[in-house]
Design a protein around this ligand. Sequence first.
Ligand SMILES: C[S@@+](CC[C@H](N)C(=O)[O-])C[C@H]1O[C@@H](n2cnc3c(N)ncnc32)[C@H](O)[C@@H]1O
Length: 304
Amino acid sequence: MVDWSEKCWKEMLIYQRKSSIAEDMLDMIAAWLDLKPGMTTVDIGCGLGYMGYTYWPYFGQGGGYIGVDVNLNLLGEARGAAKKWSQGGQALFISGDAYHLPIADNSADLVVCQAVLQHMDKPEAVLAEMVRLARPGGLIFCQEPDNLSTLLSENYTSLPARTVEEHLLADKVHRLAVAGRIKLGRGDWTVGIKIPKLMHDLGLADIRIRKNDRVTCLLPPYDDPLQQIQLDSIKKQWLNDERHKRWTEELEEEFLAGGGQPQEFDSYREIDKRIMSIFRQQIEKGEYFACGSAHFYFVKGIKP
Ligand SMILES: C[S@@+](CC[C@H](N)C(=O)[O-])C[C@H]1O[C@@H](n2cnc3c(N)ncnc32)[C@H](O)[C@@H]1O
């Protein structure tokens, strides 16, 4: 199991979250969910409390938030940070396993998770636990990606164009790695698009899905605050050698588990090395540009 409190993964929980959803999109999602001050909310796999501090302005006054996670280090940090953001209500952080949550049936107005179901080998069982906690009429809300669709989609960037063969190899690597992840019990990277069906199978009502409208657009000299945040995130994450090494090792393991051949991964690694070196140079010289988006879903359903 990934230890999300390790530096290279924790940085993802910090930097990627800073620019993931536009403020007007958040207002729209909060209205779509009909969030109201005073609601009681449980956040499964809360990490550093992202769902708590992000939606607190909409439900927190007079309300309550319980963040649950297996990682005690993250819980400790989240608890400390919440002293600042949880004014006017109560935020608690407790240790617990998403498959057996230490919380009573029918006890929450809202049960949420972000980027958690994608890492679970039985997302449907975690979703069933979330349903158990919600009161009748309460809301289940998930923010989860379809990373395979993101990896297969075309971005417009300053990086050299890949040949059709290189594209097809990368697509094969990603498709087989996603299948391999599932085989290895590391979760389903495409879960975001499957959640409506999972909710339907659990008997939820009024199931609805929307997509994050964030499009990353980096144009030199990156002269607005959002681009600066995104650039910082690239430097801290994508150009972090340790993270890239771990990411590539994981990808190789999953590709092989999905049925890929070692020599195919060697070819993929060579292409990746070449592109990463150009990427690094362009970032250092301030010449990199990019326009593209991720497939990231907001899904809600009501417990009858
Ligand atoms: C990708 S992180 C997402 C954290 C947070 N929701 C966010 O979006 O920033 C996944 C989180 O799920 C937690 N987690 C993993 N397995 C879990 C389990 N079985 N029960 C509870 N939490 C779990 C991890 O410790 C980690 O904090």
